[in-house]
Design a protein around this ligand. Structure first.
Ligand SMILES: [Zn+2]
Length: 193
């Protein structure tokens, strides 16, 4: 495939104004073409598209919309509103941060001598967070004060389910976007060839 999912979402991100269109197959795949493909995917999988926009395109609005929708989902499951908001923020941050180490931004080192980043031991990948860290972040965000054990009992499952769901939607949206891209490319080859 000539146009990747990364390129598709980078083309339509706010930072993309300066990116010149490149030849894809025999035609030119423009920002407008990308927006058209994304609109088609959005129709089928709106949540997955928002995850991809936030994750790849760095679109903060999409992240905020996801958090808003997720808060409502948690509240519908009788989660305390303050807790719902905190969990939604945590889930969206987790899924959309692409697992890059925040300290070194995925590079694996932050100094000129290339010593390994201490936060990720040079891997560039964010460590999987412990329940203790999750509970601490939850308390800081919600203003509630619960123990690690309470977090495990009350919120852990509902939180992990939300994360799994977001990853699943993201995967489905990416798969569908690839399919649409192949269709578009096949059409442009017919037109141009
Ligand atoms: Zn690091």
């Amino acid at each position: 495939m000539c146009v990747s999912i990364e390129r598709l979402f980078c083309l339509t991100s706010q930072q993309a104004i300066s990116i010149a269109p490149v030849a894809a197959g025999k035609g030119i795949f423009s920002r407008e073409d990308a927006a058209g493909v994304i609109a088609m995917v959005q129709h089928v999988n709106p949540i997955g598209v928002k995850v991809l926009e936030a994750k790849i395109g760095g679109n903060h609005n999409s992240g905020a919309e996801l958090a808003y929708a997720l808060t409502a989902t948690f509240e519908a499951r009788n989660v305390h509103p303050k807790a719902a908001k905190a969990l939604a923020f945590m889930a969206v941050t987790e899924v959309c941060s692409a697992h890059r180490c925040p300290k070194c931004n995925g590079v694996g080192s932050i100094d000129a001598r290339l010593r390994p980043c201490r936060a990720c031991q040079g891997s560039g990948i964010k460590n999987v967070r412990t329940v203790k860290q999750m509970a601490a972040q939850f308390n800081a965000l919600s203003g509630l004060k619960i123990s690690e054990q309470q977090f495990s009992q009350i919120y852990y499952d509902v939180y992990m389910e939300a994360i799994d769901e977001l990853y699943q939607q993201e995967g489905e949206a990416a798969k569908y976007a690839s399919k649409v891209l192949r269709m578009v490319e096949a059409e442009s080859e017919v037109v141009n060839g």
